[in-house]
Design a protein around this ligand. Structure first.
Ligand code: SF4
Length: 150
């Protein structure tokens, strides 16, 4: 999608685009959030995106947590982040966003790099069987916010 189209969509959803310096994601500034989010690459979510792009869905029924419609209508769950989106993230999300399938791709899963995924997308998991204690602390920092670092 072109950025201008995403701007229009965000307006319709009543999401305000703000400067990157102003945006806080669960209390983290954008760069700090992205640094934490990128670290989730080391986490084994015990999730296999081989089912047509869907997840294992162990605890959430056959649709799993990522479905094309849900990803599209929530903008990869960024719509839940306080009614604002920073301009830099919006520009990066626009290209890979598909109004029908969001960021989910058949057979390969999520098209977004970890640092651009929302807290919801990074935190939700069906199994922590392969996670270390440090992995769980990192996910808690993402989900519960900046106060976890103090
Ligand atoms: S952005 Fe990625 S992880 Fe989040 S719902 Fe969409 S496909 Fe799933």
């Amino acid at each position: 999608m072109r950025y201008e189209e995403l701007e229009t969509l965000l307006r319709r959803w009543k999401i305000t685009i703000v400067p990157k310096e102003q945006k806080r994601i669960r209390g983290h500034d954008v760069d700090t959030y992205r640094r934490l989010a990128k670290q989730t690459e080391q986490i084994d979510y015990d999730c296999i995106f081989l089912n047509g792009g869907g997840c294992n869905g162990r605890s959430r029924g056959p649709n799993g947590c990522c479905t094309p419609a849900r990803c599209a209508e929530t903008l990869g769950y960024w719509r839940r982040e306080g009614g604002t989106l920073d301009d830099d993230t919006a520009r990066r999300l626009a290209g890979p966003y598909d109004p029908d399938t969001g960021f989910l791709r058949d057979g390969t899963g999520c098209a977004l790099p970890r640092e651009l995924r929302s807290p919801t997308c990074l935190f939700i998991y069906c199994s922590d069987a392969k996670m270390t204690d440090d992995d769980k602390i990192l996910l808690a920092q993402i989900q519960y916010g900046a106060y976890m670092l103090r």
